[in-house]
Write a protein that binds this ligand. Structure first.
Ligand code: GAL
Length: 339
């Protein structure tokens, strides 16, 4: 073979072919692995939640990067059109201790809502002191989804202690806050006002189980609530209950991952429903906490298997999604073409 032809063949095999193959294979979501944003930085969005606006999803979470100002608490924002590639959009919130909470004050589990009536975005967070005794929510607001969000106030929803919070927006647009209240021994689901700035009384539901990491979704006529037991950063068997209506009656709680005593090391933070052109998929979003280095906590995202009043978090495996179709595939199977 002519040396030039050999060189050209080598170039095609080594450079062009792998790129073609890579382009045809959608990227994977690999639970528990380091997950990088579109700039190659590790994604910092722990205890997070996701809001869809138009064709874009916005992921908000705790940024625990130790190189940030230790006096402040940060909520990061990432955006994506395919749920696979996430672009860092900056810190939606960078807050100094707003209420003299003292050293090691706590801002956790940010969740962002949109108010149709005011065209504003409203962020709820769990606000606390180092001993978790303050037990309040804080509310911040912005005209732009990516922020900057302006701290407005903190309060105890329904005059109750509130620690872990969760977010739920129903198909009819009604928005709810889920919050764990230790003295009541359970967690509340309460409706937010149309401007999203306050929590309406009375609660829509009270789940009589001491659970945190609350998440909720509505799927094919059934409501599903998820939560974890009160073991701090340590994982435990997360559970779920179902009800035909948000007000109940709620079933007893069952494990979401009976095959794993600790939910594969993860704690629930959110459930994301993707209504695609071909299927509706609900994704479990969990945190695999690393209390020794919180910034190195990982994410466990997996599509849930749901059938009637049964729900299962399958064993984590790399998977992908065609977000416009709503179809997911685990990596071992043929994957649908990316959009
Ligand atoms: C967990 C909670 C986390 C954080 C942690 C602190 O139970 O879900 O958000 O508050 O406790 O120990």
């Amino acid at each position: 073979m002519h040396p030039f032809v050999r060189l050209l063949a080598g170039f095609l095999v080594c450079v062009v072919l792998p790129r073609t193959v890579a382009a045809a294979t959608p990227p994977l979501i690999t639970p528990g692995a380091e997950w990088r944003d579109t700039q190659g930085h590790v994604i910092e969005a722990h205890g997070g939640g996701i809001l869809q606006v138009g064709r874009t999803w916005y992921w908000f979470g705790e940024d625990r990067n130790p190189s940030l100002d230790p006096e402040k608490r940060y909520v990061s924002c990432y955006s994506s059109r395919d749920l696979l590639h996430w672009k860092f959009r900056g810190h939606a919130l960078a807050l100094s201790d707003p209420e003299h909470l003292g050293p090691h004050w706590v801002l956790e589990r940010p969740k962002v809502y949109y108010s149709k009536s005011t065209h504003q975005f409203v962020m709820y967070v769990h606000l606390d002191d180092a001993r978790y005794k303050y037990a309040r929510v804080a509310v911040a607001r912005s005209a732009r989804i990516t922020g900057p969000y302006l701290f407005l106030r903190s309060f105890r929803p329904l005059d109750s202690e509130s620690r872990d919070i969760g977010q739920f927006v129903d198909d009819d647009g009604q928005a709810y806050l889920i919050f764990e209240s230790r003295p009541s021994g359970g967690f509340y689901v309460a409706r937010l006002s149309p401007d999203r700035l306050s929590v309406e009384s009375p609660a829509i539901a009270f789940l009589d189980a001491p659970l945190e990491g609350g998440a909720l979704f509505h799927y094919q006529g059934m409501y599903y609530v998820l939560g974890s037991h009160l073991t701090g950063w340590r994982p435990n068997p997360n559970v779920y209950a179902t009800a035909p209506n948000l007000t109940g009656p709620w079933s007893t709680f069952r494990k979401i991952a009976p095959a794993s005593p600790d939910t594969y090391g993860a704690q629930s933070t959110f459930t994301l429903k993707i209504t695609g052109t071909k299927a509706t998929t609900v994704i479990f979003l969990g945190d695999i906490w690393n209390p020794k280095s919180l910034s190195d906590s990982r994410y466990l995202w997996m599509p849930l298997t749901i059938s009637g009043d049964h729900l299962l978090l399958p064993e984590p495996q790399p998977w992908t999604i065609n977000a416009s179709q709503g179809l997911t595939r685990i990596a071992a199977q043929p994957v649908p073409p990316a959009r």
